[in-house]
Write a protein that binds this ligand. Sequence first.
Ligand code: ADP
Ligand code: MG
Length: 684
Amino acid sequence: MEKTIYDPVSVLQNVGEKRVEALNELGIYTIADLLNHFPFRYEDIQVKNLFELEDQEKTSLRGEVLADAVVSRFGYKKSRLSFRMKIDQAIIVVTFFNQPYLAKQIVGGSEITVYGKWDDRRKNLTGIKIIGSTSVEQDADFESVYHTNKKIRQKTIVALIKQAYDSYKDVIPETIPNELRVKYRLISHKEAVYAMHFPVSPEQTKQARREVIFEEFLLYQTKMQLLRKKQKKVGFGTAIHYDIQRLKNFIATLPFELTNAQKRVVNEICRDMKQPINMHRLLQGDVGSGKTLVAVLAIYAAATAGYQSALMVPTTILAEQHSKSLNDLFDPLEIRTALLTGSTTAKEKRLIEEQLRSGEIDVVVGTHALIQDTVEFSKLGLVITDEQHRFGVNQRKKLRSKGIEPDVLFMTATPIPRTLAITAFGEMDVSIIDEMPAGRKPIQTTWVKPKQFEHTLEFIEKQLSIGSQAYVICPLIEESESLDVKNATEVYQKLSQFYQGKYRVGLLHGQMKPAEKDAVMQAFKQNELQVLVSTTVIEVGVDVPNATTMVIYDADRFGLAQLHQLRGRVGRGSKESYCILVADPKGDMGIERMKIMTETNNGFILSEKDLELRGPGDVFGNKQSGIPDFKVGDIVTDFNALETARLDAAELVQRPDFESHPDFAALRTAIAFDPMTSESDVFH
Ligand code: ADP
Ligand code: MG
């Protein structure tokens, strides 16, 4: 067998079953994964001048060991090792705790370099490790620090990477085609990998990072551009020849005129559907910008051509709400809708499944229940997912696989700046509704400290007294759903007491049964409850136009995009609406975030700001957002590289010799070995 970097890590020495398992947990399966497991930071271990040290500074010091180390033991397994070290004319004491075995390396009269923490008052260095003695010379000024887990030690990872590098360095592929490497003056990947792990100078590490980031981005973008090419291949998707006249007639019956932005995106979507290509489009628009209506028009268009649609949403409440609005609009048009969720009875479900197979049902709305294996369609032409960031790649794929490559529309109210969306979702087309329907009043947002909460309760009461309703949102406590519920329950009890005899308060949280949740939601909709205390289950899409006030507890624990989404629950009617953020943020960033919320109602501005303040990982919640989780590159700070890689990749995949020329062989192989790609079969 020829040696390749796609060999499993088990080929390495000292890597048995246990280590394989530990490495797998870190996402490391192959030698390539191991070599790409780059340090997340570097420790400065340069030897410093004793007299320039700050108290508690971490540093390396080099000097002469005056006499053998002395070890004293105390307590259970505890020990202290200490020795005196002479640096120039000064003498300091070095102490190591609980590492008695180091004593044999510390020999009187020898030279040694110790990395540790400096106590300036006591002139003592608490040793962390020995990094050089006369026998083992240490030449680097920086040391790599890796992500690791409980099962494998930092030192072991370093040793394994060293072993992998030594035995595989001659087969490390140069994935970036040579012409691009020359164009961007990138060092070779082999050099870059070495410099990333075994840094010599900051300048060299910088060059290495440039190379490694571009490789990562180019690989991703090439993969995406190949997918895109496949989707755009004429004949690969279904041409949906909808009845344009019926669609126009339907639009004419709506009680309002579409906004220009809606008109534009409807055109974009219809154009895609009509072509015998595979639509793969992201529809972004602020809460309330009229995305659902756009979806309805697309579904209607598909139905006029005899195609079924599926609308997938994250929660049962949302599914029910969407199904209801679809019903209202579609009933007179004889478009048959169905609702399929976790709370659909087995009997109903069987019936719906039968009617989906026979084609009697035109559109089915549902949660994850939609993608169960028993659900089959007669002629699925269009799949729409609402809040795409809640669906994983595999779920989407599973649903798509039920039809004959249906057109896919992903709707999201998470505003991702346009340029970023186009670049990060390299394989998708992006449509944006950047305009609100006329007559919407901006939501007036204020920020109060928790101790002003009595005021807030009085403010809510004023709104209630003029017949409006209010939401009170309690934050999601990520570590524990039960704490979450406890929190909301406490707030609920407090408010119930406060408004006792005047207004009714309801409670909604994630641990309630779907039917219970639904009952509370219905009661709120019908104004039987005036105040609804809820966890973030309320977040997406719920529509109660008479609710004008939203209070968000611990608002600083939410992202700006999420706050904005929550806030979008109010301001749906003609009355003036209010959002009150209750928070006591720590630090300038938290304060700034609250201020921004009070200053703008534009989701795109907020998301840009949030990105700036918190970084993409926090804003888009990593895995769920659909935005890839890059190992080294950062989609915001390295945006230019990501965009450059996208343009280069788009050009590469169009070349007639892309699949044959040896210059691209390493890139093709890297793509084929990527677990995500091999699943989606880019090459036929
Ligand atoms: P989104 O799904 O983007 O949050 P919706 O489609 O639910 O927004 O629209 C919010 C509300 O605005 C709905 O009641 C909808 O009927 C209404 N609406 C949609 N488009 C328009 C428009 N062009 N003019 C006026 N109202 C509209
Ligand atoms: Mg099509």
